[in-house]
Design a protein around this ligand. Structure first.
Ligand code: PLP
Length: 408
């Protein structure tokens, strides 16, 4: 048992207290995006009502206030991931932009013809396509480490794929489709020993697990605010300062420059070198408040409670839905379950659940190669957050039973 009371926490989330299709909302699509507590909604609204001005540019009071709020949020993010320096936190629009930034800037600096980039079979499209684009641009090769049927990474195969050609390894901390928590420390150690730079896609881990980039000893780590109770359109990439300093900027424009002439431009210091143009100020401020909110609940409490939900839901699904097949049975899993029932198409099951007010995700979850690996078009995915309850899981089970009666 944990000391996290979901019924108390739910009160902080206005959106959860409504009917969808005439039934109380059960929101199990947290892997796609989490809901927002009122403090975050208020922080964004208050910023626009009282403190809005552009950042880093004005001597006037409002601009300074907005800049202080913006940089204050960066300090919160630094502590959240335990970075050494504030300037190691670069704000982006989310994980996708973080990876595109990295693929461009690391690609320009470190990747040449004949080099290899290593990913895994369970990556999200965001952690596949930018690397493919980079490989095409530079004449490099993308290597893919396989997984086992139970959804765990074949760590030996991953290590065997590391060679003198492997300049970068990029892999997820937690799989958005299988729930697998990868043994990231072991993988990072292997990469470091091989002189391979490491990027971790933390889109699905940051909302559930304590992140410590110094302890992990990775070079880059990214996540999105909207999966972490923050606003959409905001996220971060953490990068080791010495590497960020060496890498060229991703985009050109205002704010990322020191001096500009028609002949030559010199670039601003970190982190501004990577933050061209007017940033998502409200998003940054909202994310800072979301981090406070999560810290207040405690990530260890969150992890413990969500694990209880995962164990309960897995047991109930297996006991009550005989035809169920769960995809992703790794020993170490985060709080989501991907499944199919008999031959029923995931969309049919998902649409019927929606009629009962139950929101789950259906489809390939932006992991088409993973779906091909299992020979399926997609799955139904229920992903849990700390504000979900066992009572809601019971509702999903009886909803699934009703859906199956209708479909058969
Ligand atoms: N990586 C993983 C593992 C994800 O689950 C997601 C989103 O679902 C992303 C990357 C992309 O995140 P965003 O769409 O917020 O950029």
């Amino acid at each position: 048992m944990t000391n996290l009371d979901p019924y108390k926490t739910r009160a902080d989330f206005p959106i959860l207290h409504q009917d969808i299709n005439g039934k109380p909302l059960v929101y199990f699509d947290n892997g796609a995006s989490s809901q927002k507590p009122k403090v975050v909604i208020d922080a964004v609204s208050n910023y626009y009502s009282k403190s809005h001005a552009n950042v880093h540019r004005g001597v006037h009071t409002l601009s300074q206030e907005a800049t202080n709020m913006y940089e204050d949020a960066r300090r919160k993010l630094k502590t959240f991931v335990n970075a050494r320096f504030e300037e190691e936190i670069v704000f982006t629009s989310g994980t996708t932009q973080s990876i595109n930034l990295l693929a461009f800037s690391i690609g320009e600096k470190y990747i040449q013809k004949g080099d290899e980039i290593l990913i895994t079979e369970m990556e999200h499209h965001s952690n596949i396509v930018p690397w493919q684009m980079l490989c095409e641009r530079k004449g490099a090769t993308l290597k893919v480490a396989p997984i086992f049927d139970n959804g765990e990474l074949n760590v030996d195969a991953f290590k065997q794929l590391l060679s003198y050609k492997t300049k970068l390894a990029a892999f997820i901390h937690v799989s958005n489709t299988l729930g697998t928590v990868n043994p990231v420390k072991e993988l990072i150690n292997a990469c470091n020993a091989n002189g391979t730079k490491v990027f971790i896609d933390g889109a699905q881990s940051a909302p559930h697990l304590k992140i410590d980039v110094q302890d992990l000893n990775c070079d880059f780590y990214a996540f999105s605010g909207h999966k972490l109770c923050g606003p959409t359109g905001i996220g971060i990439i953490y990068g080791r300062k010495d590497l960020l300093e060496e890498m060229p900027p991703y985009q050109g424009g205002g704010e990322m420059i020191k001096t500009v002439t028609f002949e030559k431009t010199t670039y601003n210091e970190l982190p501004h070198k990577f933050e061209a143009g007017t940033p998502n100020i409200a998003g940054v401020i909202g994310l800072g408040v979301a981090i406070d909110y999560i810290n207040n609940l405690g990530l260890l409490n969150i992890e413990k409670y969500e694990n209880e939900l995962l164990q309960y839901a897995t047991k109930q699904l297996i006991e009550n839905i005989p035809e169920i097949k769960i995809y992703g049975n790794a020993k170490h899993k985060a709080s989501l379950i991907s499944f199919l029932i008999g031959n029923h198409h995931p969309y049919d099951v998902g649409a019927l659940l929606d009629q009962m007010g139950i929101a789950v995700r259906t489809g390939h979850h932006c992991t088409e190669p993973l779906m091909s690996r299992y020979g399926i078009p997609g799955t139904i995915r229920a992903s849990f957050s700390f504000y979900n309850t066992k009572e809601e899981i019971d509702k999903m089970i009886s909803g699934l039973q009703k859906a199956l009666n209708i479909l058969s």
